[in-house]
Design a protein around this ligand. Sequence first.
Ligand code: NAD
Ligand code: UDP
Length: 322
Amino acid sequence: MKTGRAVVTGGAGFVGSHLCDRLLAEGWSVVCLDSLLTGNRDNLASSIATGRFSFVEADVTAELDVDGDLDWVFHLASPASPRDYQEHPIATLKVGALGSLNGLDLAQRKGAGFFLASTSEVYGDPQIHPQPESYWGNVNPIGPRSVYDEAKRFAEAATMAYHRVHGLPVRIIRIFNTYGPRMRRHDGRAVPNFIDQALTGQPITVYGDGSQTRSLCYVDDLIEGIWRVLQADLTGPINLGSTEEVSVRHLAELIRSLANSASELVFEERPVDDPEVRRPDTTLARELLGWQPGVSLHDGLQKTLDALRDTSEVGAWTPERR
Ligand code: NAD
Ligand code: UDP
C-alpha cells in the first residue's frame, strides 16, 4: 500500500498510540488529535521521535479540522474502560455520536476514508455465542453501559449512512477485549487491575464468582488486523479479537501466578449488565484477511506485566480513588 497521511483521534490512548506507531513505521505521516481525557502524552514518545508525527490536544466533539491533504481518518477517541465510560457518560455519548459525525465530515471534505473503531459491546450481553458480525446484539438501551454501547451503535449507523449517501470509503472493526503495554494501571479493566493488584500484593478483585468469560487479544495482533483491514476492500463490520476464551477467575489466577504474587482473590459484587460470555466468531477475518492472533494469552500477559511493572503509576481502581 502506498504511504499516506492520517488523522488518528484518540491517538494518545492505549490502542491509538500503538496504531500511530504502526502507521509511522509503514512510512505514513500522522496527526494525532486527543483530549487526554483517558490518554497520556507519554504514549507518544516513539511516535514523536519519527519526525512525521504531530499532536494536537483537542476535543473531537467540537469542530474537527486539520490543514493539508488527508488519506484516512481513524476514529479511536472514546473512553473504553467500563469504569471510564461510566465516570464520563455524557462525554462518551458525545464522542461516539458528535465525534464520529465530525470525523466523517472531515473525511468527506478531504476526500479521505473513515476508519471506525467499534466494539464487541455492540453485541451487549450476547445470546448467541460466539458472536458473528451478523448478530444484532442484546443491549440494554438505558443501563449504565448504554452510553458506550449505544454511542458505538450510532457511530456504526452514521458510518454506513455516509458510505451509502456519499460513497465515502469506510472500514468498521469491532474490537474484542484487547490488552497490552500502555494500559493505565488504574484504568479499571480486568487485566491492568489484576496486574496492579498482583504486583502490589493487594487482594485481586474478581467481580461475581468469576465464571463470566472474555477472550483477550494482545495489542500487536489487533494492530496487525487493523493494518490488514485498511488494505482490504472491505467495509465491514468485521470482528477482531482472540478466540482463546477464559473465565475471569482463570485470568486472575494466571496473572497472579505470572507475577509470583501472594495476593488473595476476593469476590465482589458483579457490575450491572456485565456480559456473561464474549468470544468473537473470526471466520470473516480469517477468510478475508488471513488474520488470526499469534500471541498466546500467557505470553501476552507476561509482556504486559513486564511493561506495567515499569510504569510509575500505581494503585488499582477502587470507588474511593475516583
Ligand atoms: P483509551 O481510553 O486508552 O483511549 C481512548 C483515547 O481517546 C484516550 O487517549 C482519550 O484521551 C481519547 N479521547 C476520549 N474522548 C475524546 C475526545 N472527545 N476528543 C479527543 N480524544 C478523546 O482506550 P483504548 O482501549 O485505547 O480504546 C481505543 C478505542 O478502541 C476506543 O474507541 C474503544 O472504544 C475501542 N475499543 C477498545 C477495546 C479494547 O479492548 N482496548 C475494545 C473495543 C473497542
Ligand atoms: N472484572 C473483574 N474485576 C476487575 C475488573 C473487571 O472481575 O477488577 C471483570 C468484569 O466484571 C468483566 C471482565 O472482568 O466480567 C472484563 O472486564 P473489563 O472491565 O476488562 O472489560 P469488559 O469486557 O467488561 O468491557
